[in-house]
Write a protein that binds this ligand. Structure first.
Ligand code: SF4
Length: 432
């Protein structure tokens, strides 16, 4: 076994990692995932740790030869880095300025994924709304959504993350007018206090944020909107926190990723005075969780009785074995656990990647239950190419490596073999 450490912390700590953990074989940064196989081989050959950090991006990560974790869905990076300077965030320091991939390269990669069986793709960037800034096209992201959404065979298109400051109405229109773009949106709020947003160097204000949500819901009434919120940013007062609660109440998020602020060394906020005591942050955090859980439950309860189409997934339902349910995501990205009809033959059971239509019967703050099949109600399975691809992979065949940005799949046989992939999160890289 070899151990490699990569990403933001590796970029920052470099040789310090090997000094503290001499059993580590390779340290690589945020810009040179592409050389990892070479570094691992060199570490093995030289019997010495290899530390290599590039200061600028060499190759877009998702263009590397890969073995995707799931056959039915994939992620495609459209940009790397960020031109914003949020004071709590280490990304600008470690990942550098935004680099945009050419639209043709992105579309070719989406097309290649779909050819391999994926029916859902998520476009990925630190700030997808500023996509195009590098090649001078402010409308590039909306155009990209429309173009990717028209790729034959792609049924579900998502993206993450947008930035409220750069979120424009042409993107909302593209979402509403492109059937493949799913009615879900992750819109990071971070704080509801304008004073804290200013200190965070986030250039929108709470009213602008709420206005975006109103315009999204006007065109996509069923959109489920999620967010990120930081509690306890340095100097946050009780009044500031009350503003966050106000905006959360008004936003009606379906769910929220909530964080207690903790200083990241190397970020401007880490040096701010007025770092808050842990007990204060904890108490506010618990109030925020209680509020969001109530709202999440109320919003989920509005789904009861609705018919939803669920893309079955692998590993989404931790209790599926116990409850004898399958799990997946509705179009709005809500997690749904569904029951199968009694006596369903194994050959007729839906597979990960298939689409199942069911009625929602029960709501919880973080998931829906759709047991309509139990009483003989709605239950329809649409077997998909993605389910076929999953089945082939289970059978050990068609373990297709992903091609280069030009869409050629010719790296398949060489760089990424079918057996025992080296898991790197996203994407996964095959063993040479
Ligand atoms: Fe970091 Fe996101 Fe702010 Fe960019 S927009 S600096 S990635 S938090």
């Amino acid at each position: 076994m070899q151990i490699a450490v990569g990403g933001c912390l590796a970029q920052k700590d470099r040789t310090g990692i090997v000094e503290r953990a001499p059993w580590v074989d390779v340290v690589f940064g945020t810009h040179n995932l592409d050389v990892l196989p070479v570094l691992l081989e060199r570490a093995r050959h030289n019997e010495a740790a290899q530390v290599e950090i590039e200061e600028s991006l060499q190759v877009f990560p998702s263009t590397l030869p890969t073995r995707r974790e799931f056959a039915y869905a994939g992620w495609v990076s459209i940009s790397v880095g960020c031109n914003n300077t949020c004071t709590f965030c280490i990304v600008p320091h470690l990942r550098g300025k935004e680099r945009d991939r050419r639209p043709g390269d992105v579309l070719a990669e989406v097309g290649a994924l779909v050819d391999q069986g994926a029916i859902e793709v998520t476009l990925l960037g630190q700030n997808v709304n500023s996509y195009g800034v590098e090649f001078g096209d402010r409308g590039a992201f909306a155009k990209l959504l429309r173009a990717a959404g028209s790729i034959d065979g792609l049924e579900r298109l998502r993206f993450t993350s947008p930035h409220p400051a750069a979120f424009t109405d042409d993107v909302i229109a593209a979402m509403a007018e492109t059937p493949a773009v799913m009615p879900s949106l992750h819109m990071p709020l971070q704080s509801g206090s304008d004073r804290v947003l200013r200190a965070m160097r986030r250039s929108y204000r709470s009213e602008k944020f709420l206005g975006i949500l109103d315009r999204v819901r006007a065109q996509l009434p069923d959109a489920a909107i999620t967010t990120d919120i930081i509690v306890g940013f340095p100097g946050e007062t009780e009044e500031d926190f009350a503003e966050t609660l106000r905006v959360v109440e008004a936003s009606r998020f379906s769910s929220a990723f909530t964080f207690q602020y903790s200083p990241r060394p190397g970020t401007p906020a880490a040096d701010l005075p007025d770092q808050l005591p842990k007990a204060v942050v904890q108490e506010r955090y618990e109030r925020l969780i209680a509020l969001q859980d109530r709202i999440g439950l109320e919003e989920a309860q509005r789904q009861v009785g609705r018919t939803v189409e669920v893309l079955l997934a692998e590993g989404e339902g931790r209790k599926d074995g116990e409850t004898r349910r399958l799990s997946g995501r509705a179009a709005d990205n809500r997690l749904v656990h569904l029951a199968l009809p009694a006596g369903l033959a194994a050959a007729d059971a839906p597979r990960p990647g298939d689409l199942v239509t069911v009625d929602v019967t029960h709501a919880a703050p973080h998931h829906l239950v759709a047991d309509s099949a139990v009483g003989g109600g709605t239950f329809a399975v649409r077997r998909t190419r993605a389910g076929d691809a999953w089945e082939r992979r289970q059978a050990g065949g068609d373990d297709h490596a992903h091609g280069d940005a030009g869409g050629a799949c010719g790296t398949g046989g060489g760089a990424a073999g079918p057996a025992a992939p080296v898991l790197l999160g996203l994407p996964t890289l095959g063993r040479r």
